[in-house]
Design a protein around this ligand. Structure first.
Ligand SMILES: [Zn+2]
Length: 419
């Protein structure tokens, strides 16, 4: 019994690791059955049958890639009307503008360079390189967001990234970047192998993704959702890149999505030295136990305890006769609401500034999504901020709720009230 790990271990299903093929047996977080978190339902379809899929993150005991257990879907997860437009978040745009300035300076990019962005969305980032006269190319699988970029004058291919599309390009990248895409690809090997093909000798890769260490230490299990296949540490990504002839030589921590990494990669043969920051990150992840499967199993227990605490706090508020409204209609809110079973019995409505989400109901819980004005009109006693990564921004925007004694609730990292 001594060596047997504590926590949930699969007994009847051992899918292969998406990276190294090792059979997966260890549960990182089992969030039960859940609808696809970005699939807000048009109000007119709220009475239709709704598909639910298993939402269970496993960890590979060999490479420590945290990944969703396979699930079958009757259609592609990313529908053509996928409503996420990066340009709707002003803080994200500012983050991208600063990144662009930094990269132009650090890499000496000019009119003879080529920047390629994977999952370029609506051209939210490439527009800043284009303004600086650096040639750009976007690759974006979602047709309607890609069209917005094309209309802005950002050349964009409507494609899923992989080795095949990389081989077909007639250009090679001085800077090949991808923000919040590496975690979203089902076939991480094909994706990274395409990056090696598309990278010019001497070129630089940067990618940003939420850091697994932040997920664990700040208890961000609500960032687990179906479109998010992998949960990444620096150590594991380094291993994946090395398997495909690429090398990570630097890393920065960036505050987006509650704690992300920006990694810097190059061809394996490139002579750039590994920075002290990269070494320090490897050491920090090892010290946090990311090389020990027990760390991951322990986290699964914490998720279950957190659900009990969240539901308990909301029950107390309702027993006191208070009204609760949500703020936000994003994926992480839907993971939380569905896993915890929080429906219209707790939240009267939620609201979102994105007009594409208004007039819909949230998947599973069917909480209506209203414009933000609804807060001032209906004066809820408590506003539950679902996207905790923009908690401060939302509390500032909605500070007027204090006029009627309203309070905020948000996960920080456990759910609590803010006076
Ligand atoms: Zn593995």
């Amino acid at each position: 019994m001594g060596d047997r790990p504590r926590g949930v271990v699969l007994v009847d299903l051992e899918p292969p690791c998406r990276f190294c093929g090792t059979p997966l047996r260890h549960v990182f977080a089992d969030l039960g059955m859940s609808p696809v978190a970005n699939d807000n339902v048009p109000a007119s379809e709220a009475n239709a049958m709704e598909p639910y899929f298993p939402l269970c993150a496993l960890v590979c005991a060999e490479c420590f890639l945290v990944q969703l257990a396979p699930f079958q879907t009757p259609r592609p997860l990313f529908r053509d009307d996928y409503a996420y437009f990066s340009s709707f978040s002003t803080s994200w745009l500012e983050h991208c503008r600063r990144y662009t300035e930094e990269m132009i300076g650090r890499l000496g990019l000019d009119a003879c360079s080529q920047v390629v962005e994977l999952a370029s969305n609506d051209g939210y980032l490439l527009q800043y390189f284009a303004q600086a006269n650096v040639p750009v190319l976007g690759v974006e699988p979602t047709a309607n967001t890609a069209q917005v970029a094309i209309d802005k004058g950002i050349p964009t291919l409507v494609e899923f990234w992989g080795a095949e599309i990389a081989s077909s390009l007639d250009t090679r990248a001085d800077l090949l970047l991808g923000n919040n895409v590496l975690a979203h690809v089902p076939d991480i090997n094909d994706f990274v192998s395409g990056m090696r093909i598309a990278l010019k000798p001497g070129g630089t890769i940067t990618m940003e993704f939420p850091h697994l260490l932040s997920l664990i230490s700040l208890n961000q299990w609500d960032t687990i959702y179906h479109e998010h296949y992998s949960y990444l540490s620096f150590s594991t990504v380094r291993r994946v890149f090395e398997a495909h002839g690429l090398r990570l030589f630097d890393v920065q921590e960036v505050p987006t999505h509650g704690g992300s990494l920006r990694i810097f990669g190059c061809h394996a043969a490139d002579d750039r030295n590994q920075t002290a920051a990269a070494l320090e990150m490897l050491e920090r992840e090892a010290a946090a136990g990311l090389g020990d499967v027990q760390t991951y199993l322990d986290y699964g227990q914490r998720v279950m305890a957190d659900k009990r605490d969240i539901v308990s706090l909301l029950i107390d508020l309702k027993r006191d006769g208070l009204s609760i409204a949500g703020y936000g209609a994003a994926a992480k809110g839907n993971t939380l609401l569905n896993y915890c079973g929080i429906g219209r019995d707790f939240l009267d409505f939620t609201c979102d500034a994105n007009p594409h989400k208004q007039g819909h109901v949230l998947p599973g819980t069917h909480i209506p999504v209203l414009p933000p004005d609804a807060i001032a009109e209906r004066k809820p006693d408590v506003v539950l901020i679902l996207p905790w990564n923009i908690k401060d921004e939302v509390m500032q925007q909605l500070s007027f709720i204090r006029e009627w004694g309203g309070r905020f609730a948000a996960r920080s990292p456990e759910l609590r009230l803010f006076e």
